[in-house]
Each structure stands twice: as structure tokens, then as C-alpha cells.
Design a protein around this ligand. Structure first.
Ligand SMILES: Cc1cc2nc3c(=O)[nH]c(=O)nc-3n(C[C@H](O)[C@H](O)[C@H](O)COP(=O)(O)OP(=O)(O)OC[C@H]3O[C@@H](n4cnc5c(N)ncnc54)[C@H](O)[C@@H]3O)c2cc1C
Length: 472
């Protein structure tokens, strides 16, 4: 096929559950491509000599490589091409913010629409499952060395996966009774079905990874004890699970105030959380959007998002914003909460102010400025601030670990070694709240560094991801 012919093929979009049906359940919203659509879409790829898509992918997947195999219908080979670099393509293909990563760098996006790379990756993983193909790599003989991994999110899962496949005896200590970190207690089922996380768990157990649930390191056991128990290295992949507060009157002591990731953790763990019919969610990122969409699915009738800038500045991905609006959530733009009103301790409404956009701030977005005297009240049963998260430092109790001023672990950004020689860290506890693909990449770097550390070699040096942080 000539490049001109490839350029003439329009981008294909997946079918989706209709909005009126999806708000009644947690079923996956987006369907996968069929074979014909996947091949047509793969034919849009220009196989660039300088593939910017690879640079855009935090894990540097060989995207043109797997697409070339896919369009020759070599689906199994194409899947294993992705697995050369990625530990969990079935997760990444569904949740990565492709428009900011691989697809955002695709040259076809400069004059039109990028290749639907995420959907093609998903086609391969779905095809492997549908055709009963082996998706496991071979396990290695035990080498007698023990590694402790704190946290079972994508960073910890990646370290466990890679080191267990090199013969290390890996134990994951997880505070919650559930496996998967934010994949399980943050990202809702309608974006990431739970059998996919289950398959990742099974893959780890397949190579002997031991998972100790309900154990909070720093409270039930401290890292120094693990060292005494013979763990030669430890990886801290504890994420960023502590909600940042709005800091307004009524936030601490009013019934009806819940914080974003706490609400999601409770609902997604199966708890019946009552928040009433009128719900205000504060924030413009993916967490705020997931909170609003979950609240709808849990029966709240009137859910809206309060955001202090405009829709154009929202850090959430455009497809999530589109789904949110389709489902009937209103976005109240250029507004910020200043006080939570209550009667007898129960919330009655949120007092807000109007904002206008001033000069650009450090993030390059225009700074929201309060319009004096613009106060107004929104009556509501609940408010769920979902403005960001920070790291909870229980895990490093008793150790004098160096922490950055914004609360993340101080590491060598290339080797991911912390200020304590035998402890490494990566993912959201190093980068701040970021993405699954970045957590996986740091898991890969840390695993290689830890391996070399245990073999007495110079540590591995990966890319410093703090250089291209995307603000959610
Ligand atoms: C609502 C929501 C939606 C998101 N949507 C997307 C998305 O669409 N795409 C995307 O790429 N990213 C998304 N993210 C971000 C993504 O989930 C995170 O960047 C990623 O999960 C970070 O991985 P991690 O392994 O560093 O930490 P986490 O996934 O947070 O896992 C950390 C684990 O450590 C455990 N832990 C913490 N402290 C201790 C302790 N002391 N002892 C033992 N265990 C401990 C926690 O219980 C948790 O299981 C979303 C996040 C949220 C909250």
C-alpha cells in the first residue's frame, strides 16, 4: 500500500455502550475492534523512519514493530513484540492516556488524527485471550535471594514480575485486602474489567510471587525487620493515596464531605457509601471524572463537577470528558468552593466564587483569579474534593529516608535507589500522582537496579521521568 493510500484511511473509533445503559452498571464502556477494523486501522500507520510514537510511550514500546506484524495477521508475534518492553499491555491498552503519550506523538496527528495505537494494542491482548494462547513467560530457577516489594500497584507488580522471572524469591506486602493498587481501588471497572487485574495476579503467582495482604509496612512490620528476615533489597511502590484537602471552612467536620480516592476505594471495595442525590465533585483530572461517573452509577441523580479553569485546561483526557458529559454530568467551569454550609452537622450546600483566567502559571495554563463579590451557593448533599493526592509515609517509619519538599521519596532519578542503599522506590511515590505506564517504567528500572545491586554490579541507569511529568 502506498503512503497516499494509507493517509486516505480515516481513523476508526470503537463501539461503546450507550450512555443510558452504562450509567446503570459498571460494565466496560468501550468495545474492542474486530479483526477487519484492527487491520484497517493498522494500515493507517506510516511506519515512520523516526517513530515519535515510541518516544511518546513512557515504556518505549516498539509500536511500528507490533503494528507491522498485526497487519500481516501475525497476532501472536505482535503481542510478544509488545511484551518485549511492557509487562501488562492488557492494562495499558485500556487505561493509558494515549492522547498525551504515544498517540499524542504520532505524526498522523499533526495534520489529522493519530493512529489508534491503544485500540490496536488492546486488539492483540484480547485476541490472545480469545484464542487461548499462552501469555506467560518462562519462570527461572530460584537463586535463593529474597526481595521485599511494598505495594501491589503497577510499579510493585512490575518489579515482582521481572525479578521473579530472574529467580528471585519475591514477596509483595500489601496494606489492603485487595491486589492491584489504584488499578483496583482507583480506576473503576467500566474502564478496566477486574478479570484483567486477576490475570496479572495469576501471572505473578505462576512464578511463585508470594502476596501478603492486610499488612501495612511501618505499622504491622517495619522495613528494618524485613532486612533482618533476610530480604536483601526492598522496593517501595506505595503510590500516593492521601487526598489533598481544599482547606476551606466545613471540610473537616461536616457530614457529606468525602475525598476523591477515599470515596473510590470504599465503593470499589464493595462498600455501600451513601452520598445523596445532589453531589458536587471538585477537580478537573481523571480522578474527579471517575468520582462523578461512579456516583452516577451508584444512583446519585444530579452530579456535577466544579472546576476553577475552563474545559480546555482540564488535565483529564478528552475521551473521559466526552464520556462524562454523555452520561449527564455537568461541568461548572470557572468556579471554586470557599465554604461548606451545614445544618446540625449535615451539609446543605457549597458556597462558591466565580473565577477568571489571568496570566499563565508554572504549568503553562492561565492562572484562575477570584472575581471579588461573586459568591453563590450550590445546594448539595455531598461534596467530593478530588484535587490531588500525596504520599503517606507510614512505610518508611523508623528510617531516616530523604523526602522531597513536595513529599515524594528522594531517589537517584536514574537508578531509583533511595537515600538508604538497599531500598529502591518508583511509581507515584517518586513521581507524584502520575500514570500506570510511568509506574511500569520505573518498576522496570528499579528491578534492573535491584538485580545489579544484589549481584554486586554498578546500578542500572534509566531515563529520568521527572523531566516530563504530565499534570493530571
Ligand atoms: C481514580 C484514578 C484514576 C486513574 N486513572 C488513570 C488512567 O486512566 N490512566 C493511567 O495511566 N493512570 C491512571 N491513574 C493513575 C494510576 O492509577 C497510578 O499512577 C498508578 O496506579 C501508580 O502505581 P503505583 O504502583 O506507583 O501505586 P499504586 O497503584 O497507588 O499502588 C500502591 C499500593 O501500595 C499500597 N500501600 C501503600 N502504603 C503501604 C504500606 N505502608 N504497606 C503496604 N502497602 C502499602 C497501597 O495500598 C496500594 O495498593 C488513576 C488514578 C486514580 C486514583
Amino acid at each position: 500500500m502506498k503512503p497516499k493510500e494509507r493517509m486516505a484511511i480515516p481513523r476508526h473509533y470503537p463501539k461503546e455502550l450507550p450512555p443510558e445503559e452504562r450509567i446503570t452498571n459498571f460494565k466496560e464502556v468501550t468495545f474492542g475492534f474486530d479483526e477487519e477494523t484492527a487491520i484497517l486501522e493498522a494500515n493507517r500507520c506510516l511506519q515512520c523512519k523516526k517513530p515519535f510514537c515510541i518516544q511518546g510511550c513512557p515504556i518505549h514500546n516498539d509500536i511500528p514493530g507490533f503494528i507491522a506484524l498485526l497487519r500481516e495477521k501475525k497476532f501472536e508475534e505482535a503481542y510478544w513484540k509488545v511484551r518485549e518492553t511492557s509487562t501488562m499491555p492488557s492494562v495499558c491498552s485500556r487505561v493509558c492516556p494515549h492522547e498525551f503519550q504515544c498517540e499524542g506523538a504520532c505524526v498522523r496527528g499533526k495534520k489529522g488524527e493519530p493512529v489508534s495505537i491503544g485500540m490496536l494494542e488492546r486488539y492483540l491482548t484480547d485476541w490472545m485471550v480469545a484464542n487461548g494462547k499462552n501469555m506467560y513467560k518462562e519462570c527461572a530457577r530460584a537463586n535463593g535471594k529474597k526481595v521485599a516489594i511494598i505495594g501491589s500497584g503497577p510499579a510493585g507488580m512490575t518489579v515482582a514480575h521481572l525479578l521473579s522471572h530472574q529467580g528471585y524469591s519475591c514477596t509483595i506486602f500489601e496494606a489492603l485486602p485487595i491486589f492491584g493498587g489504584m488499578l483496583s481501588v482507583g480506576i473503576p471497572h467500566y474502564r478496566l474489567p477486574r478479570d484483567i487485574i486477576g490475570a496479572e495476579l495469576y501471572a505473578l503467582k505462576h512464578c511463585g510471587v508470594d502476596i501478603v495482604y492486610g499488612t501495612t509496612i511501618g505499622r504491622d512490620k517495619i522495613l528494618a525487620e524485613l532486612k533482618k528476615e533476610g530480604f536483601e533489597t526492598a522496593f517501595l511502590g506505595i503510590g500516593a493515596h492521601e487526598s489533598r484537602k481544599l482547606g476551606i471552612e466545613g471540610e473537616e467536620d461536616t457530614q457529606g464531605v468525602l475525598h476523591g480516592v477515599d470515596y473510590l476505594r470504599r465503593v470499589l471495595s464493595g462498600e455501600d457509601v451513601t452520598i445523596g442525590n445532589r453531589v458536587v465533585v471538585v477537580g478537573g483530572g481523571n480522578v474527579a471524572i471517575d468520582v462523578a461517573r461512579v456516583a452516577l452509577r451508584r444512583g446519585s441523580k444530579d452530579v456535577f463537577i466544579l472546576y476553577r479553569r475552563t474545559k480546555e485546561e482540564m488535565p483529564a483526557s478528552s475521551v473521559e470528558i466526552h464520556h462524562l458529559e454523555e452520561e449527564g454530568v455537568r461541568i461548572e467551569m470557572l468556579a471554586a468552593p470557599v465554604k461548606i454550609h451545614q445544618q446540625d452537622g449535615k451539609m446543605t450546600g457549597v458556597e462558591c466564587v466565580r473565577m477568571e483566567l489571568g496570566e499563565p502559571d508554572d504549568s503553562g495554563r492561565r492562572r484562575p483569579v477570584v472575581k471579588e463579590g461573586s459568591n453563590f451557593i450550590i445546594e448539595a448533599d455531598s461534596i467530593i474534593p478530588a484535587i490531588s493526592q500525596k504520599v503517606n509515609h507510614t512505610a518508611d517509619k523508623g528510617l531516616q529516608m530523604k523526602i522531597e519538599s513536595w513529599g515524594t521519596y528522594r531517589v537517584n532519578p536514574k537508578t531509583l535507589q533511595t537515600s538508604i542503599e538497599w531500598i529502591f522506590a518508583g511509581g507515584d511515590d517518586v513521581l507524584g500522582p502520575q500514570t500506570v505506564a510511568k509506574a511500569i517504567y520505573q518498576g522496570k528500572v528499579a528491578a534492573e537496579s535491584m538485580h545489579r545491586y544484589m549481584q554486586g554490579q554498578d546500578l542500572f541507569e534509566g531515563r529520568d521521568l521527572t523531566c516530563y511529568m504530565v499534570d493530571w
